[in-house]
Design a protein around this ligand. Structure first.
Ligand code: ARG
Length: 556
């Protein structure tokens, strides 16, 4: 029985017939209020005609006190609960023995799609792609850990006018050798050259690009072949970055996949009288919801982003029937998502659509922009992270693999430790700091606990028992019990930062326990009990870091 269930039973016994489904027992905000608190007596008091303190006292009378060392009614009617050492030891043993470090399988049997990273084809990934990739992947991992059947879908920008410019550029701005050894860097180069020429006054180049695009759209075999080649090369290049970052997608259904479905979407919007003609274009008027108007077909007959995303919802529902689709993009796309979520609901789709918007990232205090020329390529950034991490680990004999684990982990954690909704600044010193809220700090904490366990060697942990005796042990123990809840909260809020905060706090509590409590030098029973706590901390920390996509080397 969980603590919440125990307290709920007391409320139910004290006030029969009342509903306590939403009752909450939460960790106390300060150890001086005990270990846990429940404020539900304040909520029920009026209804049952008592003052809140009387209501709380009635609950205390009905409470099974075997779990508690102390139960107090405090302030206006709070219940302050101090758990018994026995209860704590039992719960710790349960957590240590639980599968998946106690993470509940609340997603079993539920399917969700997560749409993230989604770069545009034929361009190299840059620093601006970090957030969607890293936040999306952590959400992906967290939902999988909760038992959800997750489809990670990379919604590539692989269709649109840029392909006319690219095909023309490929034919005329690259050498034969470059064409034979085509790379994304060369595609990017020919795009820039071709796009510049398309701006020339006479318009000849621009018309030629347009003609290539039309041919592609009409299914011309040669252009289609080229387009396919561009996409294949782009995906190959993206996958190189993803493998460094430990990111894997189940599908790469880009915008092109939905292109043939667009006329059908527009027909449906017309049939349902959701779309109307306006100045030659077709729009959905969302003024009533203060969302402006969304264009679903331009006056030149072309479709756009909204139409494509509506087609995409229809296709995902038909193919996967997910209960939820989560989109991770920057917050400048908020209006787009609100608009198409609203239209999708009007079209009758009941799938839950969630947009996880993230704030802008600046780099070392400067805005990132193409014009400033500081649009650092992701590959360069990762190489630099590895180089800097290598400088740190080489003195201790660390190798390249370790430098990657630390360097890439630092880049990821620098992002994930912030609420996705806020703007962030990436700073090398902060990301790689060994002290403070950083990836390397947490990785070191893990390596330290591993080395302690190695030193403890022959101690038989399985036959020993948890035994919490000091305040710093107790604070760590109570915090460890919160791990499954932290994973659930991170998922509910779509914020990996909730888990990152939890792991950082846990590591700080571990460190103060470690400083205050001799371990290897203690008597056997104390030593074993403390080692069990260290072991559980290591398990929680490595499971948690893995959910953030951060590697946990055992030795640093
Ligand atoms: N390719 C888009 C971009 O670079 C992101 C796509 C997000 N997903 C979606 N279904 N709209 O901004």
């Amino acid at each position: 029985m969980t603590l919440t269930d125990t307290v709920k039973a007391a409320f139910e016994a004290a006030f029969p017939g009342e509903n306590f489904a939403a009752l909450r027992v939460v960790p106390a905000t300060d150890p001086k209020f005990g270990d846990y608190q429940c404020n539900d007596a304040l909520k029920i008091a009026k209804k049952v005609g008592l003052n809140p303190r009387e209501a709380a006292a009635k609950v205390v009378d009905a409470l099974d006190k075997s779990c508690f060392e102390k139960v107090e009614v405090a302030g206006p009617g709070f219940l302050n609960l101090t758990v018994s050492g026995e209860w704590l030891a039992k719960r710790l043993a349960e957590l240590a023995a639980a599968d998946r470090t106690g993470i509940p399988q609340s997603g079993a049997g539920k399917k969700i799609v997560i749409d993230y990273s989604s770069p545009n084809a034929a361009k190299q990934m840059h620093i601006g792609h970090i957030r969607s990739t890293v936040i999306g992947n952590a959400i992906d991992r967290i939902f999988r850990a909760l038992g959800y059947d997750v489809i990670a879908d990379n919604h590539l920008g692989d269709w649109g006018t840029q392909f006319g410019i690219l095909i023309k550029g490929y034919r005329e701005c690259l050498t034969q050798e470059e064409r034979d050894n085509l790379t994304v860097a060369n595609l990017e180069k020919c795009y820039v050259l071709s796009a510049a020429k398309a701006k020339e006054e006479d318009g000849v180049w621009k018309d030629a690009c347009r003609a290539e695009l039309v041919k592609l759209q009409q299914g011309d075999a040669e252009n289609l072949e080229l387009w396919k080649k561009f996409i294949e090369i782009s995906i190959g290049e993206f996958e190189r970055m993803y493998s460094k970052l430990g990111v894997k997608f189940d599908t790469y259904r880009g915008e092109s996949f939905y292109n043939p479905m667009m006329p059908g979407v527009v027909d449906r919007l017309l049939n349902m009288k959701l779309a109307e003609e306006s100045e030659g274009a077709l729009i959905v008027n969302l003024e009533a919801e203060k969302l402006g108007v969304a264009i679903v077909r331009k006056s030149d007959g072309g479709y756009n982003y909204t139409t494509s995303d509506l087609a995409c919802v229809g296709s995902r529902v038909a193919d996967y029937d997910p209960e939820r689709i989560i989109y991770v993009t920057d917050d400048r796309q908020q209006l787009h998502f609100r608009q198409f979520f609203s239209i999708s609901a009007k079209m009758g789709y009941t799938v839950k659509l969630v947009h996880v918007p993230f704030g802008l990232m600046s780099f070392q205090g400067k805005a990132i922009s193409t014009r400033e020329g500081n649009l650092i390529r992701l590959e360069e950034l990762l190489a630099e992270a590895k180089r800097r991490a290598f400088d740190i680990v080489k003195e201790r004999g660390g190798d390249e693999a370790l430098a990657e684990a630390i360097g890439y982990g630092a880049v990821k954690y620098a992002d994930l430790s912030h609420d996705p909704g806020t703007a962030i600044d990436f700073n090398w010193d902060k990301a790689l700091a060994l002290e403070g809220n950083s990836g390397p700090y947490l990785q070191y904490a893990y390596a330290r606990v591993c080395s302690l366990m190695d030193k403890a060697g022959e101690t038989d942990l399985d036959s020993g028992e948890f035994n919490i005796s000091t305040p710093s042990e107790k604070r760590l123990a109570l915090q460890l019990l919160e791990f499954p809840g932290a994973v659930v909260r991170a998922a509910e809020a779509y914020k990996p930062s909730v888990l990152a905060d939890y792991l950082f706090q846990t590591s700080q509590l571990y460190s103060s326990f470690y400083q205050n409590s001799p371990i290897l030098k203690s008597d056997d029973s104390v030593k074993c009990a403390r080692l069990k706590l260290c072991d559980l901390f290591g398990k929680v920390l490595s499971t948690g870091l893995d959910l953030l996509g951060i590697a946990t080397p055992r030795r640093i």
